[in-house]
Write a protein that binds this ligand. Structure first.
Ligand code: ADP
Ligand code: ASP
Ligand code: MG
Length: 411
């Protein structure tokens, strides 16, 4: 029988009653003749609560135990979903990641899925089981320890199962009815897209649009998974939601197709470092060894052999980065001062149309300047432009850019 993957995010499984509604949707697909793999997130708020417990218990936690704790939210919803389906007389059982097994790397808290042998679940489908409910976000390392896939990782679990089982489709049920031109929660003019190209979705996700985890889009692109994002609260139809697909499958699109933001960014500047070969390597080598994910980098013009080096990073990595810089200070690196600003955010415009049309950057900078917003750092790639600005201007910048690029109108 054909296989379908259905993933339900935190708000869609927030209570036993919501789980019942989700299970009814699963029942509809089972009745159509699909064997269904359901991937569940933890109940909304649960993962944050568990992360909070870990941080309260051990600020410099052992990442293996962090994973043991934060993966547990999904175990609860997987069991409850299987019970709910059984109550509906649908043959179902739950699986934790290690039972499948979802084999991952040992990079705790941000592990990557390496393999999902389908045999166990396929054998159960052959015996008449109709729904395999799998706890998302978790796996098992080669050392036999529980791992997690990074925040939002259930999306990636879902796409990886769709690839491993050759599923006809991977449906991501969430609390919005598709992918929008920007986050509908901060811009009421945001428009739902019927289709979005993999590459654009990849950029939007990696620049902060959390509707899909970046890695899930990468996997869908690589394995050609038919990926759809839709609401678990609205009427079901085959046309609902947003299809993430190849560029060729989209007829018309705007030059800019979306605006993304990432709220919790910080900026650090090392004042007066020597301007000589090897300095960047020392700084960013030490940051990398400390597990800091540096994003944007700017080096100032040097004066009398000294320069300033600025970089951006997630706010929750500031303490680690400061420690790493202070550890090498006076040994491998001399600097006058380390200045941290953890009140910035990143706003980006994305669109494959930018490859062939110039002027997008100029327009973006003009819009921000008209709003009196100072740009701290800029980076660009072929299909995106990102700026670091003060966090208090985040909503304003997103809305002004959405207006200026007329994203409320379809191409
Ligand atoms: P889930 O718990 O179902 O995985 P998430 O909270 O991870 O849901 O992702 C859905 C949220 O993503 C939406 O509620 C919305 O606020 C946010 N979001 C950000 N950017 C976008 C966008 N471009 N389109 C749709 N949703 C977006
Ligand atoms: N529950 C996890 C999180 O909140 C994984 C997910 O929902 O995708 O990040
Ligand atoms: Mg999510």
């Amino acid at each position: 029988m054909p296989v379908l993957v259905m993933k339900f995010g935190g708000t869609s499984v927030a209570t036993p009653d919501r789980i019942k509604r989700a299970a009814k949707r699963v029942g509809v697909e089972v009745a159509k003749g699909y064997d269904v793999i359901v991937i569940v997130s933890a109940m909304s708020g649960e993962t944050n609560k568990l992360v909070g417990y870990v941080e309260e218990t051990s600020p410099l936690f052992d990442a293996r135990e962090y994973d043991a704790v934060v993966s547990s939210g999904e175990n609860v919803t997987a069991g409850l979903m299987a019970l709910t389906l059984q109550e509906m007389d649908i043959p179902a059982r739950s699986w934790q990641g290690w039972q499948v097994p979802v084999m991952t790397t040992s990079a705790h808290s941000s592990a990557r899925i390496e393999d999902i042998p389908p045999d166990n679940i396929t054998a159960r489908f052959a015996q008449g089981m109709r729904v395999a409910v799998v706890a998302g976000f978790q796996g098992i390392s080669p050392e036999g320890r529980i791992t997690t896939l990074g925040r939002g990782g259930s999306d990636t679990t879902a796409v990886a199962f769709a690839a491993a089982f050759g599923a006809e489709r991977c449906d991501i049920y969430t609390d919005v009815d598709g992918v929008y031109t920007t986050d509908p929660r901060i811009c009421d003019k945001a428009r739902k897209l019927d289709r979005i190209a993999f590459e654009e979705m990849l950029e939007l996700a990696s620049l902060g649009a959390k509707v899909l985890q970046t890695r899930s889009v990468e996997l869908a692109m690589r394995y050609n998974v038919k990926l759809r994002v839709l609401s678990s609260f609205e009427e079901q139809s085959d046309e609902a939601g947003t299809l993430v697909c190849d560029e060729e499958e989209i007829m018309e699109s705007n030059v800019v197709s979306g605006v993304a933001y990432s709220r919790d960014e910080a900026k650090m500047t090392l004042l007066s470092v020597a301007d000589r070969p090897g300095i960047a390597s020392i700084i960013f080598g030490a940051l990398s060894d400390a597990g800091v994910n540096v994003d944007m980098i700017v080096q100032n013009i040097s004066e009398e052999g000294r320069t300033d080096m600025t970089f951006s990073l997630p706010t929750n990595q500031v303490a680690r980065a400061e420690r790493a810089m202070n550890d090498i200070r006076g040994k491998d690196l001399n600097f006058a001062e380390l200045v941290t600003d953890d009140n910035v955010c990143k706003v980006s415009v994305v669109g494959i149309g930018m490859r062939s049309q110039s002027g997008v950057a100029a327009k973006m900078f003009k819009v921000l300047s008209d709003e009196g917003i100072n740009i701290r750092v800029i980076t660009t790639s072929e299909i995106k432009i990102s700026v670091l600005i003060d966090r208090k201007y985040m909503e304003l910048a997103v809305q002004a850019l959405h207006d200026a690029f007329e994203l409320e109108k379809a191409a």
